[in-house]
Design a protein around this ligand. Structure first.
Ligand code: DP6
Length: 360
């Protein structure tokens, strides 16, 4: 598919008003996207679990403009308050996608958005937020063109989400997602994410992810700046090669359900991501002492209990604690008795692999 496929054209009738609501989840990468090209395509393939409870719910009210202007017009509300601080990112996004969604120019957009997780939790909301907004826009496109099928709707929603935030494109489908071309994953592409196309062992069904909240402050270095630092990183080329190999390894693990190998691989990816931050120029550190306390506790617990729990990290200090559903009761006690004390205000979010976005 080329990018031209997504240019919408030939709409004749524009309804005066169209309202739509989507709830879209966050996702956590197992094989990390870290490093990108200018057009927000990734330097390597990434694979993620779509989450279930950590979501953004976005309503968009499209009202037809009275007089035609070429400037995109919108307002954003978050938790019932007008949020001018969100404007810049959304403005850039809408202007970038205008080439593919020229119909947006016909409307004033009122974007009303809420997260199911606390704003101050330090959880990145760009994946859930950008995907929810892209889905609302695709609903308008489908209203204007009834011929759009399920497949195109989701593909273009992922394509648009990617332009907003790379990782957001992996939130369009439930389960496991793949973004970025890989020679051993059929249908994979840099332009959008696909649902993982191969068999997955039952052991991964409803896999749990408890997000241990270590730091809820805004990060000192944004993901976008982190990606930039990969452009002249000493280890960049080796990283991209290792990531492509790790995709092959994960493919076998997802099939054979070897949870100990899963733990080793997923933790290697998490630590490599942060090692890349620590060795970039300038270098920076996003993990905190309690991140390390949690990591060490998880490793000890795995050793002693023989339950194949493991952790992963995104670009921050919080820890995603992954474990099989069948061990939930026992692991819950470990979280309460051991891990909770390392969390800010003892807070954590219980989540698991989910089914993907929902139109409400
Ligand atoms: C560490 O998707 O937030 O979470 O494309 O600049 O918006 P932009 O970056 P973003 O990067 C996510 C990086 C990561 C790893 C991952 O989710 O794969």
């Amino acid at each position: 598919m080329s990018e031209e496929t997504y240019i919408a054209s030939n709409f004749k009738e524009f309804p005066d008003r169209f309202d739509v609501t989507w709830s879209s989840p966050s996702n956590i990468a197992l094989i990390k996207y870290w490093g990108k090209n200018k057009n927000q395509t990734p330097k390597n393939t990434s694979i993620s679990f779509t989450l279930s409870n950590s979501r953004t719910i976005t309503i968009v009210e499209f009202t037809k403009k009275v007089s035609h202007t070429t400037k995109i017009k919108f307002d954003v509300y978050y938790e019932n308050k007008k949020m001018d601080s969100f404007r810049e990112k959304i403005d850039i996004f809408l202007n970038k996608i205008l080439k593919y969604c020229s119909y947006l120019n016909q409307y004033n957009l009122k974007i009303i958005t809420n997260n199911t997780f606390p704003h101050s939790s330090g959880i990145a909301s760009s994946a859930s937020g950008m995907s929810a907004l892209a889905l609302c826009i695709m609903s308008l496109e489908r209203k204007l063109n009834a011929n759009i099928d399920y497949h195109f709707f989701h593909e273009k929603a992922s394509f648009l989400s990617r332009i907003g935030s790379g990782s957001a494109c992996r939130s369009i489908y439930g389960g496991i997602n793949v973004w970025g071309k890989h020679k051993n994953i059929e249908g994979s592409t840099d332009l959008y994410s696909i649902k993982y196309p191969y068999d997955i062992s039952d052991k991964f069904r409803d896999y749990n992810d408890t997000i241990l909240l270590v730091d809820t402050e805004t990060k000192q270095v944004s993901s976008s700046d982190g990606h930039q630092l990969m452009n002249k990183h000493t280890y960049a080329d080796s990283r991209y090669e290792i990531a492509q190999n790790n995709v092959n390894k994960l493919k076998s693990i997802l099939k054979n359900g070897d949870l100990n190998s899963f733990a080793d691989l997923i933790e290697e990816e998490a630590m490599m991501l942060h090692a890349l931050m620590m060795t970039s120029n300038p270098s920076y550190v996003l993990i905190k002492p309690d991140t390390l306390n949690i990591i060490n506790s998880i490793k000890n617990y795995r050793e002693i209990s023989k339950i194949p729990v493991c952790f992963t990290l995104d670009a921050g200090a919080n820890v995603h604690f992954l474990f099989p559903k069948k061990d939930m009761n026992q692991v819950k006690l470990f979280i309460e008795n051991e891990l909770k004390r390392f969390c800010k205000d003892q807070a954590y979010i219980i989540d698991k692999m989910g089914l993907g976005p929902l139109q409400l």
